[in-house]
Design a protein around this ligand. Structure first.
Ligand SMILES: C[S@@+](CC[C@H](N)C(=O)[O-])C[C@H]1O[C@@H](n2cnc3c(N)ncnc32)[C@H](O)[C@@H]1O
Length: 263
């Protein structure tokens, strides 16, 4: 288990992962994805099985597998997927040493995972090893350096900058922007960076603000430990974030990537 894993394994965090996958069900997980019955799909860094659950409910007949480095996540994934009636081969394993023979899968999925990994290219090479020739990889990440709010405040800017620094303290805040380069370096073909400039206003803003605030709440202890940052500054930023939906003409956004590539 990586001690440095930013979000930890508390029950609240496991519940947040389930809400997170629900939140991104249509816009990021299902948009542009089709999986034929019989596809063998592995999710690397599957956490509590939240994404596998969304895929399993949508694409019956797919043979699902998931690995996570943390046994507590795998136990939670088993419970979650059993509850949904989705069958999956779930194993505790390191992404750098997958417990599968070469060419075992037709599709490998990674979501909010490469941002936490010390050597993303090594993880992608290992994913490529278990893909059958012509197999596909989907990787979804954001670039935390692109988060913006309008109107902004000094406290919000401090909060967003601390968030990117916090991710960098145990991973890569710019994972989304770097995905295509990492995939090419790992010798994937037909790499599509899948850039999406997400921008929310009006009725969508309250939902996105609540999502971002929950993520930031989870990260608060890590962010408050950064040099030059105090918990009260972060709380002021969070209050400004939560006030956005009630501010006329306000908006919030960031760049996400749903990259695809083939072996
Ligand atoms: C933010 S969670 C995302 C989980 C899931 N993909 C989702 O979207 O709900 C990242 C997961 O990656 C796992 N992880 C981190 N490093 C790993 C590694 N080297 N091998 C396998 N899993 C790893 C963590 O334990 C954690 O469950």
């Amino acid at each position: 288990m990586p001690d440095a894993y930013l979000h930890g394994y508390a029950t609240e965090e496991q519940a947040r992962l389930l809400s997170q996958a629900e939140h991104w069900r249509e816009e990021l997980i299902l948009a542009g994805t089709t999986l034929a019955p019989g596809t063998r799909l592995l999710e690397v860094g599957c956490g509590v099985g939240a994404v596998l659950g969304v895929l399993g409910e949508t694409f019956p007949g797919v043979a699902f597998a998931g690995v996570d480095i943390e046994e507590r996540q795998i136990a939670a994934a088993r419970a979650h997927l059993t509850g949904l009636g989705v069958q999956a081969d779930l194993r505790q394993a390191d992404a750098l040493k997958l417990p599968y023979a070469d060419a075992s899968f037709d599709h490998v999925w990674m979501m909010w995972f490469l941002e936490h990994v010390g050597d993303p290219v090594a993880a992608l090479r290992e994913a490529r090893r278990v893909l059958a020739p012509g197999g596909a990889l989907t990787a979804i990440e954001v670039d935390y350096n692109t988060v913006w709010a309008s109107p902004t405040t000094a406290a919000l800017e401090m909060l967003f900058s601390a968030m990117a620094r916090g991710i960098d303290s145990a991973g890569r805040s710019d994972a989304g922007t770097r995905l295509a380069g990492w995939l090419a370096e790992a010798e994937f073909a037909s790499v599509d960076p899948g850039a999406r400039n997400l921008s929310y206003s009006g009725a969508d803003l309250a939902r996105q603000t609540a999502y971002a605030a929950a993520l930031l709440e989870n990260m608060l202890p890590t962010l408050a430990a950064l040099p030059g940052v105090t918990a009260s500054q972060l709380r002021a930023g969070l209050a400004d974030l939560q006030a956005l939906p009630a501010t006329p003409g306000a908006g919030l956004g960031w760049a996400a990537h749903k990259a695809t590539a083939f072996r």
